[in-house]
Design a binder for this molecule. Sequence first.
Ligand code: SF4
Ligand code: SF4
Length: 106
Amino acid sequence: MEDSTPANGQNDSETAAPACRPGCAACCTAPSISSPIPGLPGGKPAGVPCVQLDEHLRCRLFGRPERPAVCGQLAPSWEMCGTCDDGGVHARRYLARLELWTAPGA
Ligand code: SF4
Ligand code: SF4
């Protein structure tokens, strides 16, 4: 989400934040987004890929003011993205758990 765009591989060091991985898009899919997104004025439900993902799973709105602020706040991290490129499996599980924990009434 922070970077569906330049997704360009993983850092060598596990102490620095990882780079967003190409083709993952877990954080543009798993979480719900309550703020308006072009094409989704009511936001996005959890588990649904954002309509602003392009055919390479990159954000069409990256760097543009229409991109929801929350998208820029969810930065890649080892905790969220996982330590190896597993196609987003770890991240989707992590984000689905986070979604449950932060759901209203949870
Ligand atoms: S979970 Fe991590 S690797 Fe996957 S799209 Fe989000 S920031 Fe990128
Ligand atoms: S607006 Fe862009 S960064 Fe935000 S969820 Fe959609 S595709 Fe991902």
